[in-house]
Design a protein. Structure first.
Lengths: 415, 154
């Protein structure tokens, strides 16, 4: 990416090796592309961390497979605290397009969509330009790169709703419906968009593919410092000296991100905790600073890597107020499809609001703890509510004394 | 009635999807770009063009944050109220906007200049707090910088 943040044009991208990965991929059979990506151990960068290669193997391949098949880039970045895909979309749209071409080839997709959130206006402009450049160069459309492969690629600009980031909600949104989740099975890999085999993949995941194809699976794995492969876009927001986004080896520690890359806490504030990967991940605290930011280690510490963009809580910010803000968001964005989510999250949000008004009680803490179980995986239709209660359940664990102070003082001590 | 331009723009989207209904969100956004919002009449017209029921289309319209089913001002302010902006001073920003505009979230100034709406995370958390006015993103804001920004939108 350029230091000034301008997008690379097609020519600039090609000059630094762009569109070599897809040229290689077009020499391979779809299964061989999937094998390379499986071997690279690339895991999805959208939050769930599903292995990319394995995801593709569920798509029917060959001459008996149903067509058209679809590849969708999930560019609906809406997880609060997450701002990584914005940089990729605005700074290097061709890298995403090339990644999409490679993924499309691996599953023999005929049509690809970029599902972009409506507020990303600059990304929309730059993607539209990049798509036009790619069509003009023969990289998209009929017989791409002079091969026998056809691929149409369109940009869909969403009208906004957190649920659109959920894989099946996104598919409903693309079909012009409310973005409610769908029952699984059938999984999108066999029956997705318009009932056809579909792969939905995060922008960062797709942007890794050209480099994996170019440099090989072993190279990708060697970039990491931990048992999870590759590099990762890490970010930090909150009251640190230098909030920002960095591409770093997978497995860098929270302390390194916080102290070296973010420059430590701002003067006059102390670190209290961190949501390691966006709003729907559990808080980690001081004792976890040396945890490696990869899928396995963050999970062992009781949270999730999520999107890898961490939100820092400081001692001048009320943890109860912060969790209220988070649950307000999730309650608002619940699609209303299943009861634990629409009822449980709104209930939690109201109780948290009461704490902030000085009307919380110790018994309310038990209610909040109960709601986190009510919304746990298995009780809900999709992952929204289980994710939503992650910061709540960990706040009850780590910041219980702060809740009790609200009860004793009958007010928010930070206001 | 949809204008010829609106109809043409909507029809240009049709080849991108195998089913007509899939165009409905684009269609509402096209109408909104021309008229500022999506009226009941527009819902009926778009539904007819795309062979879906007006009620179903309204169900879709009301699901999405960025489809306006009521008239809005000449400029729409989308104020991010999600967690990073909240930590970095969203509430002070909101109070200043209330004071300057004399309206609350969800309202339009009496002169029709601004509508103030909350928005979920704008994905620019390393430059929080942030807001958008129309298509422009403004970041690293303080209450004072908000005053200067508003002047640019008449």
């Amino acid at each position: 990416m350029k230091p000034d943040g301008e997008a690379l044009t097609l020519n600039e991208y090609q000059r630094i090796g762009g569109y070599r990965g897809i040229r290689k991929a077009l020499q391979l059979a779809p299964k061989e592309i999937t094998d390379v990506v499986t071997k690279s151990e690339l895991r999805g960068r959208g939050g769930a961390g599903f292995p990319t290669g394995s995801k593709w193997t569920f798509v029917p391949i060959g001459k008996d497979a149903p067509h058209p098949k679809y590849l969708v880039a999930n560019a609906d970045e809406m997880e609060p605290g997450t701002f990584k895909d914005r940089y990729l979309l605005e700074g290097n749209p061709h890298q995403l397009l090339e990644g999409m071409m490679i993924a499309a080839r691996a599953i023999e997709a005929d049509v690809a969509y970029v599902f972009l959130r409506g507020e990303y206006v600059l990304a929309a402009e730059r993607l539209s330009r990049a798509i036009a450049e790619a069509y003009a160069a023969g990289h998209l459309g009929k017989k791409i790169f002079g091969s026998e492969v056809n691929l149409e690629l369109y940009l869909h600009i969403s009208a906004g709703r957190y649920m659109c980031g959920e894989e099946t909600g996104l598919l409903n949104a693309l079909e012009g419906k409310r973005a409610n989740p769908r029952a699984k099975p059938p999984f999108p890999q066999t029956s997705g968009l318009f009932g056809k085999p579909t792969i939905v993949q995060n922008v960062e995941t797709l942007s890794n593919l050209p480099h994996i194809l170019n440099n090989g699976a072993d190279w990708f794995k060697s970039l990491s410092r931990s048992s999870d492969a590759g590099t990762k876009l890490y970010g930090a927001s909150g009251k640190v000296k230098r909030p920002g986004l960095w591409e770093l080896p997978m497995g860098i520690t929270i302390r390194e991100l916080l102290e070296e890359h973010s420059g430590g806490m701002r003067d006059g504030v102390q670190f209290r905790g961190v949501l390691p990967g966006g709003a729907s991940t559990d808080f980690l605290t001081e004792q976890h600073l040396d945890v490696k930011m990869d899928f396995i280690d963050v999970e062992k510490a009781g949270s999730r890597l999520g999107t890898g963009t961490m939100i820092v809580l400081d001692d001048q910010t009320c943890p109860v107020g912060m969790v209220w803000n988070l649950e307000y968001f999730f309650a608002q964005e619940s699609c209303g499809w299943c009861t634990p989510c629409w009822s449980g999250l709104r209930w939690a949000e109201r109780i948290l609001g009461a704490f902030e008004q000085g009307q919380g009680s110790e018994a309310d803490l038990e209610k909040l703890a109960w709601i986190t179980k009510f919304c746990a995986p298995g009780n809900t239709f999709c992952a929204l509510a289980p994710g939503a209660v992650e910061p709540l359940q960990s706040a009850l664990k780590y910041f219980r004394e702060d809740f009790l102070r609200h009860v004793r003082e009958k007010r928010c001590p930070w206001r | 009635m949809l204008s010829p331009e609106e109809r043409q723009e909507i029809e240009a989207e049709l080849p991108r999807y195998p089913q007509k209904q899939a165009v409905c969100i684009d269609a509402m956004k096209i109408v909104q770009r021309h008229r500022g919002w999506v009226s009941d009449e527009s819902i009926r017209d778009i539904a007819e063009l795309l062979d879906i029921s007006p009620d179903e289309l309204d169900g879709v319209a009301t699901f999405y944050n960025l489809i306006y089913r009521k008239p809005v001002g000449r400029h729409v302010i989308l104020l991010c109220n999600s967690v990073s902006c909240w930590v970095m001073g969203y509430e002070r920003l909101r109070e200043r906007l209330y004071q300057r505009l004399g309206i609350q979230l969800g309202e339009t100034t009496p002169d029709g200049r601004f509508t103030l709406l909350p928005i979920v995370c704008l994905g620019t958390c390393d430059h929080a707090p942030a807001l958008m006015v129309d298509n422009d993103l403004h970041r690293d804001l303080s209450p004072d910088s908000v005053d200067r920004i508003l002047e640019n939108y008449q």
